[in-house]
Design a protein around this ligand. Structure first.
Ligand SMILES: C[S@@+](CC[C@H](N)C(=O)[O-])C[C@H]1O[C@@H](n2cnc3c(N)ncnc32)[C@H](O)[C@@H]1O
Length: 153
């Protein structure tokens, strides 16, 4: 049987989620952006968000929404050969302007208060940051990262 050699410009996929999100409004806003900007799946880690009134497109009806107990659980269930990209305003992070988004990629955001802890950051394969001296709202940060991804295609 012939092997499939054909590739497509849109090969690859990405998912995005937040660790221990505090505000369901933020979660809903991120889901809405994620679906509209082409995410294959969305997820929560730790805290679950039931009410997401800001997700007016009901992203969970269109793409899978997963939940992981903690970051180790997320890592155990990463799709094969997929890069975990932490999104955090950290000195060691790569500026988004220079960042090349992996084809198969899971973006992980921190919560509104603590951000991504040093331990979680150490578990990410790569780390990316957005410009600015102050943190953006978490759903705004996630939406900009996804826009950057599709704008570089
Ligand atoms: C409101 S921020 C957390 C702020 C936290 N209190 C701190 O000062 O570290 C919530 C999340 O949004 C994302 N975020 C916000 N601004 C960012 C930036 N400039 N670059 C990368 N990620 C950012 C990160 O995932 C962060 O964990």
């Amino acid at each position: 049987m012939a092997r499939l050699k054909q590739t497509y410009p849109e090969d690859g996929f990405f998912g995005i989620g937040i660790v221990n999100a505090k505000d369901p409004q933020n979660v809903g806003t991120l889901w809405r952006s994620a679906y509209i900007l082409g995410a294959s799946f969305i997820f929560t880690v730790g805290n679950k968000s039931k009410k997401q009134t800001t997700d007016v497109v009901n992203a969970w009806q269109k793409i899978p929404q997963f939940h992981y107990a903690n970051v180790d659980d997320l890592i155990r269930h990463l799709p094969y050969d997929t890069c975990l990209v932490g999104v955090e305003l950290e000195d060691s992070a790569v500026d988004i302007q220079c960042f090349q988004h992996p084809h198969r990629c899971v973006y992980l955001l921190g919560n509104e208060q603590a951000g991504l802890t040093a331990e979680v950051i150490s578990k990410c394969h790569r780390l990316v940051k957005l410009p600015g001296d102050y943190s953006l709202n978490v759903s705004v940060a996630g939406s900009i990262v996804l826009y950057d991804r599709i704008s570089k295609k």
